[in-house]
Ligand binder design. Structure first.
Ligand code: BG6
Length: 485
């Protein structure tokens, strides 16, 4: 039912005074409300350890929304006044959670809400367990209507901790109540991978080991750690980007057609990809760390010089790896993957390099070199597709040249919605397709666990480059080279 509006509900944000709420969730909730997709009467109840009045919370929200320029001051003022409430959680004792439960019921009564509740944990990893337990023990995992719980990344820090978190979660909530969020799944181009593949016969017929030579996935960022050293030092690029965002892209590129459009049918196929992926060894991975350099003409410090970073830190800010998917579709087709901070520019893309023709009439003579066709799926900041294929240059004889056919979303649709808007609306609608299931998150950790347990030492790359030179080895040992050097 894609066009049915969500049911009225109470949207409770735990960690409501934090950065995520201010920068991402409030603007997304505001826009949904402005489009009429946040149902009338529904309220947002912020909760955090701070002690704030409703009015003080509304003032803070107003300041961040005005900073994001989402609407006029009058519109923002009205949204904050009508929709936002706050409940302090004190020291987060059982008593504090019973008070939260009391406030929820009081708000539902005074606003005529039917008892549908969404709990959004905008919290750091270490707070997930205690908060889920506290909600469960306060009787908040079930309510008069639906109760859903949304959990941010990182979901664990390795396989064992993810399994433990799932077990704790399932003590209080059923899996169908749980929405593990990965904001990459909210990106239009990531979702369009499904449509592009399964609505276009010409794509799907080549999308296999007969048609594809290898696949390259790059998620490059030009930013550094941006004052998040406390978190990043314990995380690193493998946990921060690969285990979640990049793995989601990988599964959508590699999955089989689902039996139906149903949320579990799609997620089943993604899990199967992860089960077929050959567990990584440290030889399949290069971990890099940026040193001082220049990005976009600006001199930037090295990672170890960033505030809050250990001067001898071994945390990786870049990872490249190679994955084999041992199934009928992909046997023998390598997937080369890399992500990093302080690379030359923000650029996320998947390049599918097709096989060269088995016999070429043009290859033997000078000038007639034929390049394999390449499909580039642009995820961000440009969004769209580019197909590189060979054409004859008009004129005497046969000269072959690569031509690029392009489709860019912006040319046709203008600006695309923010991923958070899409995902928050899906939670309200109860559609879990774009959320990560318990078995999926565990399979993903299990793929990377051997490397997390025995990480190869970091090697260095100057900020503003495509990563350490050791990366070429990953592709060369398997008879390939990276497309974008
Ligand atoms: C977050 C990571 O999940 O994703 C950040 O913690 C990263 O380190 C960010 O910068 C990238 O998201 P996007 O949407 O800007 O590609």
């Amino acid at each position: 039912m894609p066009d049915a509006p969500p049911e009225p509900h109470l949207f409770v944000v735990l960690g409501a005074t934090g950065d995520l709420m201010q920068r991402k969730m409030l603007p997304a909730l505001y826009r949904l409300s402005a489009r009429g997709e946040f149902p009338a009467k529904s309220l947002i109840l912020g909760a955090a350890r701070h002690s704030l009045t409703d009015e003080a919370f509304q003032e803070r929200a107003k300041a961040s929304l005005l900073g994001e320029k989402v609407g006029t001051p009058a519109e923002v003022e009205q949204f904050c006044r009508e929709r936002l409430r706050f409940q302090g959680l004190g020291q987060e004792t059982p008593e504090d959670y019973r008070a939260l439960s009391g406030r929820i019921q009081a708000l539902e009564k005074s606003s005529g809400l039917p008892g549908n509740r969404i709990f959004y944990l905008a919290l750091p990893l270490e707070a997930f367990g205690p908060t889920l337990t506290a909600l469960g023990e306060a009787g908040l995992s079930r309510g008069p209507g639906f109760t859903r719980v949304v959990i941010e990344k990182p979901f664990g820090e390795d396989l064992r901790s993810a399994e433990a978190l799932n077990a704790l979660l399932h003590r209080h909530f059923e899996e169908k109540q749980v929405y593990r969020i990965d904001h990459y799944l909210g990106k239009e181009t990531v979702q369009d991978l499904l449509v592009f593949r399964f609505a276009n016969m010409f794509v799907e017929s080549l999308w296999n080991r007969q048609g594809v030579d290898h696949v390259e996935i790059t998620v490059a960022e030009s930013l550094g750690v941006e004052g998040r050293a406390g978190y990043y030092e314990t995380s690193g690029a493998l946990r921060d980007m690969i285990q979640n965002h990049v793995t989601q892209i990988l599964t959508l590129v590699a999955m089989e057609p689902p039996a139906t459009r149903d949320e579990d049918a799609i997620r089943n196929e993604k899990v199967k990809v992860l089960r077929s992926a050959v567990r990584l060894t440290p030889a399949d991975v290069v971990r890099g760390q940026y040193t001082a350099g220049k990005v976009g003409g600006q001199a930037v410090p090295g990672y170890r010089e960033e505030p809050g970073v250990d001067p001898g830190s071994g945390t990786e800010t870049f990872v490249a790896l190679r994955v084999k998917i041992a199934n009928w579709r992909w046997q023998g087709v390598p997937f080369f993957i890399r992500t990093g901070k302080r690379m030359p520019a923000k650029s996320s893309r998947v390049v599918v390099i097709f096989r060269a023709p088995p016999v070429s009439f043009f290859q033997s003579e000078e000038d007639y070199e034929v390049n394999p066709d390449r499909l580039t799926i642009l995820i961000q900041p440009e969004e769209g597709f580019e197909l590189a294929f060979e054409i004859k240059v008009p004129g005497r004889g046969i000269r072959v040249q690569t031509h690029h056919m392009k489709f860019h979303y912006a040319d046709v649709f203008g600006e695309l919605p923010d991923g958070y808007e899409t995902l928050l609306l899906d939670v309200m609608l109860g559609d879990a397709t774009l959320f990560v299931r318990a078995d999926e998150v565990e399979e993903s950790w299990s793929l990377y666990d051997p490397v997390l347990k025995a990480p190869p030492p970091v090697v260095f790359y100057p900020a503003g480059t495509m990563g350490p030179k050791e990366v070429t080895r990953l592709a060369e040992e398997w008879g390939h080279r990276w497309e974008q050097g």
